[in-house]
Design a protein around this ligand. Structure first.
Ligand code: ADP
Ligand code: ASP
Ligand code: MG
Length: 417
């Protein structure tokens, strides 16, 4: 029998009516002759509520990031939201006459690394589920976002991780397709909440989606796109609340549209830290970024300024909620004499805006057009980074939406090429 993976995000399972709507969609696919693996998120807002308990238990808002508390317990707490929705949907399906049961990550088992809070899936053995399918189970309802480590502890896959659960199951069970149902009806040229001009794409290349996701388009978790690309999973994003066709994530060759820029992504809560006047000597970057990596800080952009009198400024960016962690790591390195600097300056009021497109490889002048568009709107650029298929800038947070809109217009993303 052909098999489908259907994943429903938090807003799609936010209350009983919405869960009943999900059950009807699943039942329809069962009636179409599919075995179905459903992957669920927690009810929307639930995971954040659980995170609030973790922070409260660990000493309040200052304890904002892993590193301030036992990440194994963070996972035990945060994984519980998905346990609830998977159980509820199973009962609702049973009431409709569908043979369904819930599976927590550890019951499958979804085997992961021990990197609590950001674990990676190592393996999903198929025997347990296949045995139950053989015994008449029609739908397996999987609690997304979670797995189990070799140490027998519950792990979670990072925020938005249910997408990754879904794609990993699709790969392991060689599903015909992996459908990601969410609160938008596809992947757009930019977050449709930021501009009404955002245009739904019929298709997008794995590589472009991978960049967009890693640069802030949270419609898919980055790791899910990586897995889909590696295992050639046919991945579709569509709405839980309509029957509109969605967006297919596929190989570049399948795409006719050829805009140089495919989309704009943004991350609101970034921070920029500068170590003022560090010694400009071999090994200084390693002495700064080693301790930051050890502390688990996700350093993103880095710039080292021109040196004067053997001293230089070193600037980097990281997520805003990691500033306390980063500050602590740097101050510790200073106290132990590994580094020395005049002052540590933290700007917690920045956002990152990026343009992405495979077409940039063959189009000179894209970055220049971006800088011009921003300057025409009076937006100051604080840091720039580029790669073959993207350009990112840091700007003041208050200009984030304006920057996205201005770039969307500058590259005519509201029009198909
Ligand atoms: P779910 O709870 O279903 O996993 P998410 O909130 O994680 O849903 O992701 C869906 C949201 O992603 C949309 O509501 C939208 O605001 C946001 N988003 C950001 N960038 C894009 C984009 N390029 N296309 C579509 N949605 C996007
Ligand atoms: N519930 C988890 C989160 O909010 C996982 C997910 O929804 O994908 O991050
Ligand atoms: Mg999500």
């Amino acid at each position: 029998m052909p098999l489908l993976v259907m994943k429903f995000g938090g807003t799609s399972v936010a209350d009983m009516d919405k869960i009943r709507n999900v059950a009807r969609k699943v039942q329809r696919e069962v009636d179409n002759g599919y075995r179905v693996i459903v992957v669920l998120s927690a009810m929307s807002g639930k995971t954040n509520e659980l995170l609030g308990y973790v922070r409260d238990a660990a000493g309040g808002p200052e304890a904002a990031a892993p590193g301030f508390y036992d990440a194994r317990e963070y996972d035990a707490i945060l994984s519980s939201g998905e346990q609830v929705t998977s159980g509820i949907l199973s009962i609702v399906l049973q009431e409709l006459g569908v043979q369904a049961r819930s599976w927590q990550g550890w019951q499958v088992p979804v085997k992961t690394t021990s990197a609590h809070g950001a674990a990676r899936i190592d393996e999903i053995p198929t025997d347990n589920l296949n045995m139950k399918f053989g015994e008449g189970m029609e739908v397996a309802v999987i609690a997304g976002f979670q797995g189990i480590s070799a140490e027998n502890r519950i792990t979670t896959l990072g925020r938005g991780g249910s997408d990754t659960t879904a794609v990993a199951f699709a790969a392991a069970f060689e599903a015909e397709r992996c459908d990601i149902y969410t609160d938008v009806d596809g992947i757009y040229t930019t977050d449709p909440r930021i501009t009404q001009k955002a245009r739904k794409l019929e298709k997008i290349a794995y590589e472009e989606m991978l960049e967009l996701a890693s640069l802030g388009a949270k419609v898919l978790q980055t790791r899910s796109v990586e897995l889909a690309m590696r295992y050639k999973v046919r991945l579709q994003v569509l709405s839980s609340f309509s029957d509109e066709p969605g967006t297919l994530v596929c190989d570049e060759e399948e795409i006719v549209e050829k805009n140089a820029v495919a989309g704009v992504a943004s991350v609101r809560d970034e921070a920029k830290l500068t170590l003022i006047s560090v010694a400009d000597r071999p090994g200084i970057a390693a002495a700064i970024f080693g301790p930051l990596a050890d502390a688990g800080v996700n350093v993103d952009m880095i710039i080292q300024n021109i040196s004067e009198d053997g001293r230089t400024d070193m600037t980097f960016s990281c997520p805003m909620d990691q500033v306390p962690l980063a500050t602590r790591a740097i101050e510790k390195a200073k106290a132990s004499g590994e580094i020395n600097y005049h002052a540590l300056d933290a700007d917690t009021g920045v956002a990152k805006v990026s343009i992405v497109g495979i077409g940039m490889r063959s189009n000179a002048g894209v970055a220049q057009k971006m800088f011009k568009a921003l300057s025409d709107d009076g937006i100051n650029i604080k840091v720039i980074t580029t790669s073959e298929i993207k350009v990112s800038v840091l700007v003041d947070r208050k200009y984030m939406e304006l920057a996205v809109q201005s770039l969307h217009d500058a590259f005519d993303l509201d029009k198909a090429s």
